[in-house]
Design a protein around this ligand. Structure first.
Ligand code: TYM
Length: 362
């Protein structure tokens, strides 16, 4: 079964004349898991057929929570290996690590001066990550969404494939772009840098959050998101887990005593069942309704076996390829260096425009 996600995309607003470009990023902060794969990477791969894509290993974001990370170089290579193993073509599209393109940090500074404290105070991810000890969180963690807006707008990207947990950050990105376009409207027009009917400089990027697995939940608790930071490895399937491990984790995955329903409505109030059905649908490139059409009325044991077979079939080759690629760090490094050069070729003129708009002499 080949995977062909149906990605219906909203047209980017505000700057209709601008080139459509996809940008997304993943943090190198630990093992990638099934949530990252189904929520993001699968879409990255699919969008290559229709869009110019820029995919970034966001190493500057990775030091916001923990600034001392001896494993960082290895983790940057691992995420890159996952991109390539999943099917991203670094010759046709751009794959690089953020810190190599200094314009990300430069634009983030400008955005720090545009975003309002009130906006950042509303970010739920900051609240979650900072926890109770907010006074002790880094300034970088607080400003994280502003750097993320810079990542996206530095390429004047129009579409951003992400999981549901990034939705609020995308809204903030649009707010920053809108405020920049408005506040500097006069300069943008004087310099002839506006695009489209509204004469804005930045497009308002559209998130691409769709499909049956935009929020993959923990295998141990259907109320919790699958995440790298969960202390239990049984809560997630890692992209580099072998077949036996995947089988064991799915066997132990929490379920409920009822048989699977035949219709989607029957999944309401059954988060664990809904999660497993969503994972199956996303891996199979189908829908929850279709999966329930096949498995509805049956017991979890048979469904889990089918899910295990499917997961091993889809993820096994990716894990294997990741191992081969990480065994050749020189190759990975060459991909990232080349990608950074090509990313800079897009980013540098945009940052120069921003400097002209703001009024910096250069
Ligand atoms: P990160 O590194 O936490 O996650 C990478 C991507 O995986 C998605 N994801 C999930 N999707 C479904 N279910 C889950 N359980 C799940 N867990 C993670 C995330 O939504 C994300 O798409 N802030 C970003 C990184 C970033 C970025 C950017 C993304 C920095 N700059 C610019 C897009 C554009 C993050 O922390 O993702």
């Amino acid at each position: 079964m080949s995977y062909e996600p149906q990605l219906e995309m909203a047209e980017p607003k505000l700057v209709p004349g601008i080139t459509q470009r996809v940008f997304s990023g993943i943090q190198p902060t630990g093992n990638l898991h099934l949530g990252n794969y189904l929520g993001a990477i699968v879409k990255f791969v699919a969008l290559q057929a229709t869009h110019e894509c820029v995919y970034c290993v966001v190493d500057e974001h990775a030091i916001t929570a923990q600034h001392v990370q001896p494993e960082l170089p290895q983790q940057i290579r691992e995420v890159t290996a996952a991109f390539l193993a999943a099917g991203i073509d670094p010759a046709k599209h751009i794959v690089f690590n953020q810190s190599r393109v200094h314009q990300h940090a430069e634009l983030a500074w400008v955005f720090n001066c545009i975003a309002r404290l009130g906006w950042l105070n509303r970010m739920t991810q900051f609240k979650d990550k900072a926890g109770k000890d907010r006074e002790n969180a880094s300034l970088g963690l607080y400003a994280y969404p502003s750097l993320m807006a810079a990542d996206i707008l530095l390429y004047r990207a129009t579409h951003v494939p992400v999981g549901e947990d990034q939705k609020q950050h995308l809204e903030l990105t649009r707010d920053i772009a809108t405020k920049f376009n408005n506040d500097f409207g006069g300069r943008i027009a004087d310099l002839g840098l506006g695009v489209g009917e509204t004469n804005g400089y930045f497009p308002l990027p559209e998130p691409i959050i769709q499909g049956p697995a935009t929020r993959v939940m923990s295998l141990r608790d259907g109320a919790k998101k699958m995440s790298k930071s969960d202390p239990s490895d049984y809560s997630r399937i890692n992209l580099n887990d072998d077949g036996d491990t995947i089988a064991q984790k799915l066997r132990k995955a929490k379920t409920d005593p009822e048989p699977l329903p035949s219709e989607e409505k029957g999944l309401e109030g059954r988060p664990e069942a809904e999660n497993l059905v969503g994972i199956y649908a996303a891996l199979a490139g189908s829908s929850k309704a279709a999966v329930l059409g096949d498995f509805g009325g049956g017991q979890f044991s048979a469904f889990k076996q089918a899910l295990t077979d499917l997961a091993v079939e889809k993820l096994g080759p990716i894990g294997k390829r990741m191992k081969e690629l990480t065994a050749d760090p020189a190759y990975i490094d060459s991909v990232l260096r080349d990608g950074a050069e090509r990313a800079t070729a897009i980013a540098a003129p945009i940052m120069n425009d921003v400097k002209d708009i703001v009024g910096f002499l250069r």
